[in-house]
Ligand binder design. Structure first.
Ligand SMILES: C[S@@+](CC[C@H](N)C(=O)[O-])C[C@H]1O[C@@H](n2cnc3c(N)ncnc32)[C@H](O)[C@@H]1O
Length: 261
């Protein structure tokens, strides 16, 4: 059975996986592509080999359709990027759905931007603010690797100075002082819209929750997610020694119009 792309879809990128588990993101522009350390591939060969082994010289690699996990693992990083567990929890916590309109700050390396854009789809919109133009350039380049970049608008702006968009379904803050943007987020959210803030330190959480409690928000909660990967081997199954340690705390809340009397 052929596992290639559907006839209507012309893949403009693939990920290749080698035996050591290293992934490389490959843009399929033109007829041939050079992969450093491996050799030259015909783009059409890679497009038609999804899920299959391709041989080049003495090497064999598997060809994969890029997932958001692949994109994150192979992207250029300028700022500290959110990790898989926190990315997944944010999507659930802000009740993301196709067509949603979301504001995030800051864009950083564009990790969350890309995940949000894939979730809101072509009918949704992700507005992504960052203070720094150089970070926005990296975020833009990373987002362009995904098929979802047309749903993203990058803006160089301080989110603490206000949010231009209104009636947003969600606002996600990954900045050092989210508490200074909570009032702007409340203004920009639609009633019942969702807020998420990521912070590495408890002190940041305390200030953020205090700012949330000063406004009509409900369902306020802060969580830390711990992920333990398992090593599944013939001689035994046990947690990996390379544990993913602390990343940060996630605070969620939901805008309402009236506080409880
Ligand atoms: C930790 S990084 C965000 C990483 C991003 N969430 C990701 O997963 O790739 C924090 C970013 O916030 C930006 N930033 C800090 N304060 C900001 C503000 N007040 N408004 C907009 N961006 C801000 C920084 O320039 C930096 O790029």
């Amino acid at each position: 059975m052929s596992e290639g792309a559907p006839p209507s879809e012309r893949l403009d990128s693939v990920v290749i996986l080698d035996r050591r588990g290293t992934k490389r993101f490959i843009s399929l522009t033109g007829d041939m592509v050079t992969v450093p350390g491996l050799g030259v591939f015909a783009c059409e060969t890679l497009r038609s080999a999804l899920g299959r082994v391709v041989r080049v010289g003495a090497s064999t690699v598997l060809v994969l359709r890029p997932s958001v996990r692949d994109l994150r693992e192979t992207m250029d990083r300028e700022a500290q990027a959110l990790t898989h567990k926190d990315l997944a929890a944010i999507l659930y916590g802000i009740d993301i759905a196709p067509g949603a309109r979301v504001l995030e700050a800051g864009a950083g390396s564009g990790t969350l931007t890309t995940v949000l854009a894939r979730a809101v789809g072509p009918t949704g919109r992700v507005h992504s603010y960052d203070l720094r133009g150089d970070f926005l350039d990296v975020a833009r380049a990373n987002a362009e690797r995904s098929a979802a970049s047309s749903s993203i608008e990058f803006v160089q702006r301080d989110v603490r100075a206000g949010i231009s968009e209104h009636d947003l379904d969600a606002v996600v803050l990954d900045i050092p002082d989210p508490w200074n943007a909570i009032a702007a987020a409340w203004q920009a959210l639609r009633p019942c819209g969702h807020l998420a803030a990521f912070s590495p330190n408890m002190e940041q959480v305390k200030e953020t929750v205090a700012a949330i409690r000063a406004l009509p928000f409900v369902d306020t909660r802060t969580v830390e997610l711990i992920e333990r990967e398992m090593e599944v081997r013939d001689i035994g199954v046990r947690p990996s020694a390379a544990a993913l340690g602390h990343t940060g705390y996630l605070t969620f809340a939901r805008k309402v119009l009236d506080p409880f009397p």
